[in-house]
Design a binder for this molecule. Structure first.
Ligand SMILES: NC(=O)c1ccc[n+]([C@@H]2O[C@H](COP(=O)([O-])OP(=O)(O)OC[C@H]3O[C@@H](n4cnc5c(N)ncnc54)[C@H](OP(=O)(O)O)[C@@H]3O)[C@@H](O)[C@H]2O)c1
Length: 236
């Protein structure tokens, strides 16, 4: 897709990756709409983008996700891309996680992004892009992260099916599956404490790769063993 002038909704624009991606896309000429759950953090994130639509949602409320899409489209005069960059994590043995934590992760990490994309699909013209931050756990589930891994794998599966459905309409679906990045995400877990983790990768390199992937109509961003982001034209 052509990023210059593209109307892009970033859901989770208050996060480290969402904020950096909004800045990267805007630097390439995109017109962002910013969605988040916290009004103050959202207002702070939006200061750099005068006139950009600002939309509140909570991942627990699928109607609020659909509403954010409709309001972003109204505010920007249409949508060319929707990116979900929000998520939640929990740590600990599966037997100790509890149903509420499992439900939380599935709602925030799988059902809410799907709600955004479901609302966006009927609005998108050929050449548009749907992009989601899943993570390496979507393909390589980790001990101590069973429900987190399952929620990200669920979203990746949903994206894989929708990619096939949307291809004939010319809508691209990008799955972003980085390894551990230096954003502090693990320290904001909703339950449990993270295991010792290797040094995280550079979020800005990943965000630049996401923008490249969107511009190239690519389907996958992953992390190479040396930590470098890799853009794959086709997901396998
Ligand atoms: N960092 C990594 O190592 C890494 C690697 C691979 C994939 N990812 C994925 O990248 C995404 C962003 O992570 P990050 O590293 O940028 O962490 P982050 O800075 O903690 O961002 C998390 C974002 O999710 C939002 N959020 C959490 N629960 C929400 C809810 N119920 N409703 C609405 N928004 C909610 C947060 O909003 P508030 O600002 O209101 O808290 C924040 O904007 C996540 O999906 C994560 O799984 C991260």
């Amino acid at each position: 897709m052509e990023l210059d002038g593209a109307r892009v909704l970033v859901a989770g624009a208050t996060g480290v990756l969402g904020g950096a991606l909004t800045a990267e896309l805007a630097a390439r000429g995109a017109r962002p709409a910013l969605a988040g759950r916290d009004p103050e953090r959202l207002a702070r994130a939006a200061r750099r983008y005068p006139g950009a639509p600002v939309l509140l949602f909570d991942a627990y409320d699928p109607a609020s996700c659909a509403r954010a899409v409709a309001e972003a489209a109204a505010g920007l005069g249409g949508l060319d891309a929707v990116v979900t960059a929000f998520g939640a994590v929990a740590f600990g043995p599966a037997a100790e996680a509890g149903d509420e934590v499992a439900e939380h992760l599935m709602a925030v990490n799988a059902l809410a992004p799907a709600a955004f994309f479901r609302a966006a699909l009927p609005l998108l013209a050929p050449g548009s892009v749907l992009a989601a931050l899943t993570g390496v756990v979507a393909q390589a589930p980790q001990a101590g992260m069973a429900d987190f891994s399952a929620s990200k794998a669920a979203l990746a599966a949903w994206l894989g099916a929708v990619r096939r459905e949307a291809r004939t309409a010319g809508v691209r679906v990008l799955d972003v599956r980085p390894g551990h990045l230096d954003t502090g995400f693990a320290d904001r877990a909703v339950a449990g404490t993270p295991p010792p983790l290797p040094a995280g990768g550079d979020p800005l390199r990943t965000v630049a790769a996401v923008a490249e992937a969107m511009a190239a109509d690519a389907e996958l961003v992953r992390t190479a063993p040396d930590g470098a982001p890799v853009v794959e034209r086709r997901a396998r």
